[in-house]
Ligand binder design. Structure first.
Ligand code: NAD
Ligand code: DAU
Length: 359
């Protein structure tokens, strides 16, 4: 069967997951045209998209999803079939210092995109098997709040966001759902656990610990480090998004997880061991840099995903070995010190000082 040819809008495609999704799409769907729209905030970096230059079906526009005029122009010009919304302010600690920018992009920006879809798509013929149009919201498991031991998030879990970041992502999910019910907009939402891999901005736990360890700086573990996260290698998230876009049911939510639950302190110790090994340090040298610091306000204790719906209905389950992928990720950061130097700008240093009280 001939492959459907589509024009795809990926927002936030110069960020961490977005750049992996663009790469995934260009490699796996060469018949499609891909437009990457990214505002290039501190987290967006064209170095993440260097290897896309050779693709004639790839386009980049710098701009914000909050810019209604620009969004309407792009919809008119490109006639998008599918929209993947990844553009977001994504870091919980930053949302504590500056919630408004999260509301702007995550809530208002998402609504601007939804409005453009309603305006530019004919919404009467949406339930065709080919999914002529699709609005795909990339969301987070953090919208469900915090779990006690032994419990798992499912698609039926109640929304209970605890940080300004997760509250804005929850609001966006609700808006997306409301556009499905009110305007018949063809939508799908996935809520994923913690991603890791190359090109992740070093404000997030894994790259921050790797880079601090390399520089022999303190490894700041929040609170007692007993919080738990479920880790998924970023390319597996992209595969899941692809499967959900093609096979998922309109109006549905799918949870995506890695089946890799770690207490933060155990993960930081594991990273320290890997660094000792790679940099030929005496065993225990890097772990000695661990420092327990003031806890994150509203810190969620545990996230864990029951991913049986996507497994059962769409046949997707993660297959990568966590420790293997973690070592590969550490190797990537060790081999790409120029990338790191470039992203650790004055702005990053200001944030580090604000959040950790030290440089
Ligand atoms: P990121 O911070 O690395 O990248 C975000 C990108 O969005 C950046 O390139 C930035 O320039 C761009 N952006 C920000 N505001 C914009 C705006 N107004 N208009 C256009 N572009 C804008 O984030 P990430 O970790 O890659 O996360 C991507 C998406 O996936 C987010 O929606 C996030 O909520 C979601 N998510 C992330 C994770 C994770 O573990 N990182 C897990 C689940 C879901
Ligand atoms: O669960 C999905 C979410 O995962 C995404 O929606 C978010 O965009 C993404 O940032 C991530 O949120 P977390 O808050 O879980 O990730 P982060 O890497 O910031 O922190 C992971 C855990 O490590 C968390 O419990 C806080 C802790 N931590 C983090 C940092 C940066 C520390 O102990 N010390 C640190 O310096």
């Amino acid at each position: 069967m001939a492959r459907e040819k589509r024009t795809i809008l990926i927002t936030g495609g110069a960020g961490f997951i977005g750049s992996h999704l663009v790469r995934h799409w260009l490699r796996n769907h060469p018949q499609d045209i891909v437009l990457n729209l990214d505002a290039l905030t501190y987290a967006g970096n064209l170095a993440n998209t260097e290897d896309f230059k050779g693709y004639v079906n790839y386009h980049f526009v710098q701009g914000s999803i909050t810019d209604e005029h620009l969004i309407n122009q792009l919809f008119e010009r490109y006639q998008f079939n599918w929209v993947f919304n990844l553009a977001a302010e994504s870091h919980v600690d930053r949302s504590i210092h500056d919630p408004l920018s999260f509301v702007q992009t995550n809530v208002l920006g998402t609504t601007v995109l939804l409005q453009a879809c309603v305006r530019h798509w004919s919404l009467s013929d949406q339930n065709t098997p080919s999914k002529k149009h699709l609005f795909y919201q990339i969301s987070t498991d953090e919208v469900y709040g915090s779990l006690s031991a032994g419990a798992y998030f499912t698609e039926a879990s109640n929304y209970a966001p605890n940080s300004p970041y997760s509250a804005t992502k929850a609001a966006a999910d609700h808006l997306v759902r409301s556009y499905y019910n009110t305007y018949n907009l063809p939508v799908v939402i996935s809520n994923c656990s913690n991603n890791f891999g190359p090109f992740q901005f070093p404000e997030k736990l894994i790259p921050l610990m790797v880079l601090n360890a390399v520089e022999e700086k303190k490894l700041p573990v929040y609170g007692d480090g007993r919080q738990m996260r479920d880790w998924l290698f970023v390319t597996e998230h992209c595969q899941a998004i692809d499967v959900i876009a093609h096979k998922g049911k309109l109006g549905e939510t799918y949870l995506v997880g890695g089946k890799n639950e770690y207490h933060n302190i155990d993960l930081v110790n594991l990273i320290a061991e890997i660094i000792d090994e790679k940099l030929e340090r005496k065993k225990g040298t890097t772990a000695a840099l661990i420092e327990f610091v003031r806890d994150r306000p509203g810190h969620d204790l545990r996230y864990a995903i029951d991913a049986s719906k996507i497994e059962r209905e769409l046949g997707f389950s993660p297959s990568q070995n966590f420790e293997v992928k973690l070592k590969e990720t550490v190797d990537w950061y060790l081999a790409n010190s120029q990338w790191t130097k470039d992203v650790i700008s004055g702005e990053y240093r200001r944030f580090y000082q604000l959040n950790y009280g030290t440089n």
